[in-house]
Structure formats: structure tokens, C-alpha cells
Write a protein of this length. Structure first.
Length: 276
């Protein structure tokens, strides 16, 4: 095909924006992307390119709550925060991490900046640790793609109970779906009541609901403080779940830098194990 300017070629190819005026406005607002990069009026289309049209964010009002949230990484596209235990990431409830983010993050200067930053993935209500946040429309799209393709390396720390072999793979299906977790015991200490406490490094290959909790319970080594999957008579109450999303590692979808961020280890872990 003969090369055409983006503003000419894109007319009529998108269902939601069909007019030349609408296309030019979408380009001006940074909503049309060519092969994953923002398109401009001066760009030419020669054939074979992937064109994507993002919808402008609808201005809305969310309830804002005030809780302390530690920001452990931030740039113009994304952020990583240290989620406190005992709060939902998102949902229809008022008290969520999503509703508490705005005062803690700097608004993106990108044209497709989100009115409200969005968590990209979920951590269980009782789980603490590294939570990835999108600050622009395009970053939420690209970061979700990284999760879907399993291109984000996630590492968790947990304290399990009972005697445990040094390392292994757990392949227990969850909800009739293949699920796999890798574990490595970093340290063990004797416990009069629980036999052993184990500091375990966990790497989930898949992302099923409650996967790590179910997998460790399935081999007889439930996570300390797990009120759902723990062994009856060996459930520690009042201290929360000893499961922490320790690190995230991935290639930044816009700067191409390798991002590797560790979330600070909770004090309750340090009371059981040395982390020098």
C-alpha cells in the first residue's frame, strides 16, 4: 500500500471513532498507538502496523480514604507500593488500597494519565507486600499484558509450620485449572507448639486464587496464621497471615529498564528469623 498519514489512514477503521475530526482529536489526546507506541499526526502508515485506539477515561468520583501506604518505586508510568495486611486491594468496598492511592502518588504527566491510579493485580486481604500500580491508560494495558504472559517474576516470603523438605514443586490443580508453585526453605527453627517454623521463598508460576496458601496446606505445611487453610489446633490468631509479596521483577514496558523491587520485610517475620 502507499504510505498514508495516520490521521488519514485511521478514518473509518475504528468502530467508536469514525470521523476525521474524531481521529485527529484522539491523536491529539494521545489515544491512538502504533505498534504499542503513541501515534502522532505526522506518522505514516505503510502496512502491517498494529493500530490501537484507547478510550478516554470517564471522569468519575471515588471515595477517598486515608491510610498510610509506603511507595517503594514510582515513575511517570507506574508505581509499586507496599500493601499493608488486612485491607482489600480493590472492589466495591470503600476501604480499599485503590481508594487510598491518590494522595500518595504523583500524577503522571503523560497525556493518557489516569484520574485514579489502578492496581494491576491482586493480593489477598491478609497478605502484605509489593503491589504494582498503573498510572496511565497505556501502562495499565501493557502491565496487564505482562501478567497475562507471565513476564513478571513474583517472589513471596512465608512462614510455614511443621517439618518441611528443603525445596520442591507443588502441582496441585486449583478450581480444575493447572497450578504450579516452587518453594525453597531458607531457614527453619524449632517451635515447641508447631514443631517447626520455616521461612519459605515461594515463586508461583500460575496465579490462582489463594494458590500459595492452598499449595502449602496441601503438603502439610500451612502458612502460619492462615485461618482458612491452617491445621485445626495449630492456627495462630491475632497476628495475621505470615505471607508477604517480597519482590517484583520485570522489564519496564516503556523505558525497557529491568525493574526489580523488594518490599520491606514485616517486623513479625523478623521476630522469628534473622535477615542479616
Amino acid at each position: 500500500m502507499n504510505k498514508l498519514r495516520l490521521s488519514d489512514f485511521a478514518v473509518g477503521i475504528f468502530v467508536t471513532t469514525t470521523t476525521r475530526k474524531g481521529i485527529k482529536k484522539a491523536i491529539k489526546n494521545g489515544l491512538i498507538f502504533i505498534n504499542g507506541k503513541q501515534g502522532y499526526t505526522s506518522d505514516y502508515i505503510t502496512g502491517g502496523e498494529l493500530l490501537e485506539l484507547y478510550q478516554p477515561e470517564i471522569k468519575k468520583t471515588k471515595p477517598l480514604i486515608h491510610i498510610p501506604i509506603e511507595v517503594i518505586y514510582e515513575d511517570d508510568y507506574l508505581a509499586i507500593v507496599n500493601k499493608p495486611p488486612g485491607i482489600l486491594v480493590s472492589g466495591n468496598k470503600k476501604w480499599t488500597i485503590e481508594n487510598a492511592l491518590l494522595p500518595h502518588l504523583t500524577k503522571s504527566t503523560q497525556k493518557d494519565a489516569l484520574q485514579y491510579p489502578e492496581p494491576i493485580h491482586r493480593l489477598d486481604y491478609p497478605t502484605s507486600g509489593a503491589l504494582l500500580i498503573g498510572k496511565t491508560i497505556s501502562s495499565t494495558v501493557e502491565l496487564n499484558k505482562l501478567f497475562e504472559s507471565r513476564a513478571i517474576d513474583k517472589t513471596y516470603l512465608a512462614v510455614s509450620i511443621g517439618k518441611m523438605k528443603h525445596e520442591g514443586i507443588i502441582d496441585l490443580p486449583i478450581d480444575n485449572k493447572n497450578s504450579r508453585s516452587f518453594f525453597n526453605v531458607l531457614n527453619s527453627v524449632v517451635s515447641p507448639k508447631y514443631n517447626y517454623f520455616n521461612l519459605v521463598k515461594l515463586k508461583p508460576e500460575t496465579g490462582r486464587r489463594h494458590q500459595l496458601r492452598k499449595h502449602l496446606a496441601s503438603i502439610g505445611n500451612p502458612i502460619l496464621g492462615d485461618l482458612v487453610y491452617g491445621k485445626e489446633g495449630f492456627i495462630l490468631k491475632g497476628k495475621g497471615l505470615y505471607l508477604h509479596a517480597y519482590s517484583l521483577k520485570f522489564t519496564h514496558p516503556f523505558t525497557q529498564e529491568i525493574i526489580e523491587i523488594n518490599a520491606p520485610i514485616p517486623k513479625k517475620f523478623k521476630k522469628l528469623f534473622s535477615f542479616e
